[in-house]
Design a protein. Structure first.
Length: 300
């Protein structure tokens, strides 16, 4: 009989083959399932609903947010559904487990001036790493890319004539995002710079790495570089991350009256409800403007 670890790998292989599960999602699924196996100790393949409920209670006690718990339940429910379909078990212990409501926090974002200051902090350093980071920051803020999409961009992703970039997103779905001419020019200049390095010239990625097994700069490396630049720009590093840049892209577009559907397409959101959260952020800005600038609030 297959061990639970072997069953997990069979399940993940099936998710990739049948659902086109992205690599980052595979990593998250494996981590969530491994955590549950560790919790169950010697009986992860023979648990019942009482054990499943005990695990959910433990997650709450550990301080996990509802969104994280909901994701873990979803992974476990799908995993045991797979085991049931393969006749490894007789009942899915997570089938009736309630998923906690996901609290939806408003996205954090930077001001236009703050983003400009971070980019300038990178540009003011002429070394290779800072120049690369400056281009990545411009490209991310100009297109709203996910960090996983940004670091893995192929060298041929830019259409300079049309000022567009071809992005492969979640589930290997492709989308085309328009870019400002100045950003395209920065990317083309970067390509010339990277080609001066013999060890990078033949790499197929736009942001290659000789150290990473993937062949491109890792998300973690870019994350650390962004934090360092925030400090140089005089901005609290805890306020800055690649994902915050993506939030800033969407927020600033909607503040400028961009069409919600267009922003959805550029972000690669499957459901427009995911994009609509940014309208709440811009609405908060409108409320602030009213309180600060309306004549009646100044003793009229």
């Amino acid at each position: 009989m297959n061990t639970i670890c072997q069953q997990i790998e069979l399940f993940l292989d099936a998710c990739v083959a049948e659902k086109g599960l992205a690599q980052n999602s595979v990593i998250s699924y494996r981590s969530d399932l491994a955590q549950f196996v560790d919790f169950c100790k010697d009986k992860p393949d023979s648990i019942d609903e009482q054990d499943a409920s005990a695990y959910i209670s433990w997650l709450h006690k550990q301080g996990f947010e509802n969104s994280s718990i909901a994701r873990k339940i979803s992974a476990l429910r799908d995993f045991y559904k797979f085991l049931l379909s393969e006749k490894f078990i007789n009942k899915n212990p997570f089938a009736e487990i309630d998923t906690p409501k996901r609290g939806r926090n408003l996205p954090k974002f930077l001001t236009r001036d703050e983003i400009k200051e971070i980019i300038e902090a990178a540009q003011n350093n002429n070394d290779f790493c800072h120049q690369r980071t400056a281009v990545m920051l411009k490209l991310m803020y100009a297109s709203g890319l996910r960090v996983s999409e940004l670091v893995a961009l192929p060298l041929n992703c830019i259409n300079a004539k049309q000022n567009q970039i071809l992005v492969k997103g979640k589930g290997s779905k492709e989308r085309i995002v328009p870019l400002a001419e100045s950003v395209v020019a920065s990317v083309l200049n970067w390509i010339k710079l990277r080609n001066l390095s013999a060890s990078l010239k033949e790499k197929r990625f736009l942001f290659p790495s000789t150290r990473s097994l993937s062949g491109h700069l890792t998300r973690d490396s870019f994350y650390k570089n962004v934090k360092k630049l925030a400090i140089l720009a005089g901005i609290a590093p805890e306020r800055v991350s690649p994902h915050v840049l993506r939030h800033s892209f969407a927020t600033h577009l909607l503040e400028s009256k961009a069409d919600l559907r267009s922003v959805q397409a550029m972000l690669g959101h499957k459901d427009i409800a995911t994009t609509q959260i940014y309208t709440h952020t811009t609405a908060q800005g409108v409320i602030k403007e009213v309180f600060e600038k309306h004549p009646l609030n100044r003793g009229f």
